[in-house]
Design a protein around this ligand. Structure first.
Ligand SMILES: Cc1cc2nc3c(=O)[nH]c(=O)nc-3n(C[C@H](O)[C@H](O)[C@H](O)COP(=O)(O)O)c2cc1C
Length: 430
């Protein structure tokens, strides 16, 4: 079966050598002395191994709003320009890099992480006052005025212009996993009565204005991608439906976005977007457990987090290509490129997705932590032959360390053994 994975593709002005991309998974460089070096350590081997596009994990456009201590804040020009050596090294290796821009909103560290709560200048942002049942677990929020939201759309444009100066090939808006932009799209969170709320036109208006602001400030040819929640599962109330998810992609096309990544997400920030196991090992690890307990500030918050993670692993077990119904529905409805992501683990799955025109690019996330040189063997593999399984076991041990500020790497010792086995089989591991 011939695969189209190696075919080049253009996203507006952004030309990619193939259709394999590294999905945004946080790198944990935020508090490092030389963050560019940390990012380069992650990304340059991926580019040298042949990946077409790297999407750098979520950064925040304001000083507050991280959802993980290692997330980079890109609220001034200097904090972006430091990344230039890294973007240049990726270009030298033939890769391309896009940076994800966003804000944690309600679930920013300022709402649950002891240190961030103590240092915050105001409560975390939310589109509207929170539903009563979320108020049981979260502190107060700040609901931005219409003018403040307008200011925020301008800020995204400004940050995109700095990203261009820093050598990035484009930006991706982070509109999934219950972050602020997702919350604006969601009828559960967004009950505003101004121009940014109400029907789908109102709830998506922030995306349109950010797109316009980026065109004005970074140039109309600077590529802007969108990752967003196209189906929102809720515990109470009606979330974003698939029909709305498809309609959002149509609007994104109309507004000049260069590509979309539609995903299924929960209304809470949980493992719906990275389906897999409950990471019991990290909760049993004495030191890590203690660090998490201290970060959460009290036993109540710690147990809420642990229970929510356990519940979400039961609700969302790993399933190969779990976003297929969503990205294929969007692909049918629009002509702009659609990114597929979520549990794609074999060249056969990738080949089928591309051949059946269900998506235009293939995204892989967590396995890059375990195998930085994965693109080499994934791109070289024949879709007709068995593919030696990836080292990543979807164990989700990578999540909790990041919640307390540790590096974005694989924390499963068994994957190191697996990498050795892959080496012995003659495939090129990390
Ligand atoms: C530790 C971790 C960090 C992540 N960080 C981000 C992020 O910054 N932005 C984002 O849009 N998705 C993020 N994701 C979701 C991934 O981009 C991806 O959608 C998900 O892991 C499913 O792909 P996979 O099964 O290939 O890992 C993260 C996932 C994990 C496990």
């Amino acid at each position: 079966m011939p695969s189209r994975l190696q075919d080049p593709i253009s996203l507006g002005a952004l030309n990619l050598r193939n259709r394999l991309y590294r999905a945004p998974v946080l790198e944990g460089a935020g508090s490092a002395k030389n963050p560019a070096k940390v990012y380069a350590k992650h990304f340059v081997p991926n580019a040298e191994a042949g990946v077409g596009l790297i999407i750098q994990g979520n950064t925040i456009v304001q000083p507050e709003g991280r959802t993980s201590p290692g997330m980079s804040a890109v609220h001034d020009q200097e904090s972006l320009l430091v990344f230039r050596p890294m973007t240049e090294a990726i270009h030298k290796a033939g890769g391309r890099i896009v940076i994800q821009l966003g804000h944690g909103g309600t679930y920013a560290l300022e709402s649950w992480h002891q240190e961030a709560m103590a240092a915050r200048t105001r409560p975390p942002l939310a589109p509207s006052p929170l539903p009563w049942w979320i108020r049981l677990i979260l502190d107060s929020v700040h609901v931005p005025t219409t003018e403040e939201v307008e200011g925020m759309t301008q800020r995204f444009g400004q940050v995109a212009a700095w990203a261009r100066d820093a050598g990035y090939d484009g930006v991706q808006l982070a509109g999934s996993n219950a972050k602020l932009l997702h919350q604006f799209l969601s009828p559960v969170y967004n009950r505003r009565t101004d121009k940014y709320g109400g029907d789908l036109d109102g709830r998506t208006r922030i995306l349109r204005e950010i797109r316009e602001s980026i065109a004005q400030q970074a140039g109309s040819d600077f590529p802007v991608l969108l990752k967003y929640t196209a189906v929102e599962n809720t515990l109470w109330g009606k979330g974003i439906t698939l029909d709305e998810g498809v309609a959002i992609a149509k609007k994104a096309e109309e507004w000049g976005f260069q590509a979309v990544t539609p995903v299924i997400a929960d209304m809470l920030p949980n493992t719906a977007i990275c389906r897999g196991d409950f990471p019991k090992h990290t909760f049993r690890h004495k030191k890590l457990r203690q660090t998490m307990r201290e970060a959460a500030g009290n036993a109540y918050r710690f147990y809420v987090i642990a229970t929510a993670m356990w519940f979400s692993s039961r609700r969302y077990p790993f399933q190969p290509v779990w976003n297929r119904p969503v990205f294929s529905a969007v692909r049918d409805a629009v002509s702009l490129p659609v990114f597929g992501v979520g549990g794609i683990r074999t060249p056969q799955e990738a080949a089928t997705i591309l051949q059946q025109d269900e998506a235009d690019l293939i995204g892989i996330g967590r396995p890059f932590y375990a195998e930085p040189l994965l693109p080499k063997r994934f791109l070289a593999a024949s879709a007709d032959e068995p593919f030696p399984a990836m080292a990543c076991e979807n164990c989700n041990r990578c999540i909790m360390p990041q919640m307390v500020g540790m590096a974005g790497v694989c924390y499963n010792p068994e994957t190191h053994q697996r990498r050795k086995e892959l080496a012995a089989m003659g495939t090129p591991p990390a």
